[in-house]
Design a protein around this ligand. Structure first.
Ligand code: MG
Length: 219
C-alpha cells in the first residue's frame, strides 16, 4: 500500500512536469534545474551568469528555499525577474510548486530560466520539474568522495560545475579524482572547474551555455 502511494505522487509530479515543459517549449525558453548541497554556490553562480549574459539574453530565476527570501533578493539586485518558492520544510522542489511560481513570471519575455533547487544532494535529483536538463555544483570544500556517496545527482545531471577552485590549496580535495569518480557514474557529464568568487573558469560555462541555446535554436 505504501509503495502505491509513493508511486502516485511521483506520477502526479511527472504529469505536471510535462505540462511545465510544454509551457517552456511553446515560448522557446531553455530551462535548467540547478542543484547542489547548501553553500556550494548556486546563487553566486546565478548572479555571475546573469551579469555575463547581460544584454545578450533575458534570464529569469525561480528560487527554491525552505524558508526566507534572501536568495531572491540577491537575484533581484541583478535586475533579473525572480520568484521565490518557500517549501516550508520540504527538502526539494516539485513540479506543482514550480507551476504555481511560473504564474508570477512573464515567461514570454525570457530566453533562459534557472530553477535553483533547495540545497540538498539527495531528493532534488528524484523530481522532474519540467526542465530541459539538470546542472549541479559541487565545491572542492565538500570533498572528492561525494560522487561515491550521492551517485544519483551525478547520474541525472548534464553538467557539473566544480566550484571554489580558488580554495584548492586549503582543502584536502583531489579534484582529478573527484572528476574521475563523477565520470565513472556519468561518462557524458560536462565538467567545468570554476570559481564563482573570482570568476575563474566561468567563460567555459558561458560559452557552453551559448552552444546549448544555439543547438536548440533559442538564442
Ligand atoms: Mg542559494
Amino acid at each position: 500500500m505504501k509503495v502505491a502511494v509513493v508511486k502516485n505522487i511521483l506520477e502526479a509530479n511527472q504529469r505536471i512536469a510535462a505540462e511545465n515543459r510544454q509551457a517552456f517549449d511553446e515560448r522557446g525558453l531553455l530551462v535548467i534545474n540547478l542543484m547542489s548541497s547548501p553553500g556550494a554556490g548556486k546563487t553566486t553562480l546565478l548572479e555571475k551568469t546573469i551579469q555575463l549574459l547581460k544584454g545578450e539574453w533575458k534570464v529569469g530565476v525561480v528560487e527554491g528555499d525552505i524558508q526566507s527570501t534572501y536568495d531572491a533578493e540577491r537575484i533581484g539586485k541583478t535586475g533579473a525577474p525572480v520568484v521565490q518558492i518557500n517549501t516550508g520544510g520540504a527538502c526539494h522542489l516539485d513540479s506543482n510548486m514550480v507551476r504555481e511560481a511560473l504564474k508570477t513570471l512573464e515567461l514570454g519575455n525570457l530566453n533562459l530560466l534557472f530553477i535553483e533547487n533547495v540545497g540538498n544532494l539527495v531528493c532534488p535529483a528524484e523530481f522532474q520539474l519540467g526542465e530541459h536538463f539538470k546542472a549541479m555544483i559541487l565545491s572542492v570544500a565538500e570533498g572528492d568522495d561525494k560522487p561515491l556517496k550521492y551517485p544519483l545527482m551525478f547520474q541525472e545531471s548534464r553538467v557539473l560545475l566544480i566550484n571554489k577552485i580558488d580554495l584548492l590549496p586549503f582543502c584536502d580535495c583531489n579534484v582529478n579524482l573527484m572528476e574521475e569518480r563523477a565520470r565513472a557514474i556519468n561518462p557524458s557529464l560536462q565538467i567545468f572547474r570554476v570559481s564563482c568568487r573570482t570568476g575563474e573558469g566561468l567563460e567555459g560555462w558561458i560559452s557552453w551555455l551559448r552552444g546549448e541555446m544555439n543547438k536548440q535554436g533559442r538564442s
